[in-house]
Design a protein around this ligand. Structure first.
Ligand SMILES: [Zn+2]
Length: 317
């Protein structure tokens, strides 16, 4: 307990490419209220106005005024709170953190979406109890949180962990980013769906549906095997560079679970000749992870970062 007043509550906000998620989280890591709202395809100032209204609605549900906000967004520069680039939101150099702090009149701690989710998995999820871990988020794109000695690595330009755009095949397929043979071109959920169609697969299924066709659809088998091999090449480099105790797979494609993780474990083990592969686990916190990570950032901003070290996975719900 801090001082004589009640233990503080924070507002956690996760700005995604298509929706906002938010929660009021107390000092024990418990979610007191939560909400989600679509961005409705708005961009620029219009999406900020929607975000303001979304945050205000959640604040109205708080019994006591939250002490701080933890705010995460794609493309976030954690040093300034500005969004460097978020294509779906139409933000480039947008001062999201400072603007929301001014609007709400409370301190705002900002974080990068994937790194913040990785922090939560490291504290409370599939990588709890180890100091060094990597979480790879596989959804529309691919990015990783590199956690070293308990802290996510941001890098000199806040770009650490962009393994989706580290090439795996130097003479491979062009990536939307302008490079050749990026991991994301083969192994993101969007790439799996796109390559299945391009190879003459039946219909226009998403990656989750393609996963259900394995073993009875040769196109599905081939696309899936390509994704697994591309991921195993990247994870071999990750293992050699960082020596993580655990590799966690999160994002939408992790829902494929054993259909993805079992062949991926085998492929990584096959590539590593002289060391044991790190265990590969599915993320445990799902979409909650980003919000819990945002709450951790907010408590840190208040000088109360040690509070979250006492949270337990069962308490933080
Ligand atoms: Zn790329």
């Amino acid at each position: 307990m801090i001082g004589a007043g009640p233990a503080p509550v924070v507002l956690a906000v996760d700005v995604g490419g298509t929706s906002f998620k938010g929660a009021l989280i107390d000092a024990a890591g418990r979610t007191l209220a939560s909400d989600t709202a679509p961005t409705r395809g708005e961009v620029g100032e219009a999406v900020f106005a929607r975000l303001e209204a979304f945050a205000a609605r959640l604040l109205e549900r708080a019994e006591a005024r939250p002490a701080a906000v933890g705010l995460i967004s794609p493309g976030m520069d954690e040093a300034t709170g500005h969004v460097m680039f978020a294509a779906n939101l139409g933000w480039r150099g947008f001062p999201l953190g400072p603007r929301l702090a001014a609007r709400l009149g409370m301190p705002v701690a900002t974080g990068h979406d994937v790194r913040t989710a990785g922090l939560a998995e490291a504290r409370l999820g599939a990588a709890r109890g180890v100091a060094d871990s990597v979480m790879v988020m596989i959804g529309t794109g691919i990015a990783a949180a590199l956690v070293s000695s308990g802290q996510p690595i941001a890098g000199a330009r806040q770009m650490a962990g962009e393994i989706g755009h580290a090439p795996v095949y130097p003479d491979g397929e062009p990536c939307a980013c302008g490079q050749i043979g990026c991991l994301e071109t083969y192994a993101s959920a969007a790439a799996i769906a796109r390559r299945y169609r391009a190879m003459g697969g039946e219909g226009s299924p998403g990656a989750a549906e393609i996963a259900t066709r394995l073993g009875r659809d040769p196109v599905a088998d081939r696309v899936w095997a390509d994704a697994v091999q591309a991921l195993s090449i990247s994870l071999t480099s990750v293992t050699m560079l960082l020596d993580p105790a655990v590799i966690v797979i999160g994002g939408g494609l992790a829902d494929a679970d054993v259909v993805l993780l079992e062949p991926l474990r085998a492929a990584l083990a096959a590539r590593l000749a002289w060391r044991e592969p790190p265990p590969i686990r599915r993320a445990e916190l799902g979409a909650r992870g980003a919000l819990l990570g945002a709450a951790i950032l907010a408590f840190r901003r208040l000088g109360l970062g040690s509070i979250a070290e006492r949270w337990t996975p069962s308490g933080a719900v």
